[in-house]
Write a protein of this length. Structure first.
Length: 116
């Protein structure tokens, strides 16, 4: 239990900071009624609710972005250890990239990159 002491102290400090910042923001915020019809984005009038539905096309774009984002998440640490690991690390990365290329080819074939 002694080895968890620093972790518990750090968790307590983090919790105290979060609670303190919430208390500070509650103390200094302005209390106004919500503005419903105020223009936004260069003066354009609000035409729909903020929680309205998005077109299904944007979900596809988000999933494609996540695929490429995950590629980068795995490639950054790989770059740091590829010199130590050698050829097996290069083969594994190219196998991973082959799976991602297959996903991109599939998305392209299904028309995920078309906007019409």
């Amino acid at each position: 239990m002694d080895s968890f002491g620093p972790v518990l102290v750090l968790a307590g400090i983090a919790a105290a900071l979060v609670l303190g910042l919430y208390a500070l923001s509650a103390a200094v915020r302005l209390r106004r009624t919500p503005v419903v019809c105020e223009p936004f984005l260069s003066g354009a009038a609000v035409t729909e609710h903020a929680a309205s539905r998005y077109h299904v096309r944007w979900y596809t774009v988000a999933l494609l972005f996540l695929a490429f984002d995950m590629e980068m998440v795995f490639m950054y640490p790989w770059v740091l250890v590829v010199a130590d690991e050698g050829a097996p690390a290069v083969v594994e990365m190219f196998a991973f990239l082959a799976v991602l290329v297959a996903a991109v080819v599939y998305a392209w074939r299904e028309g995920a990159f078309r906007w019409t």
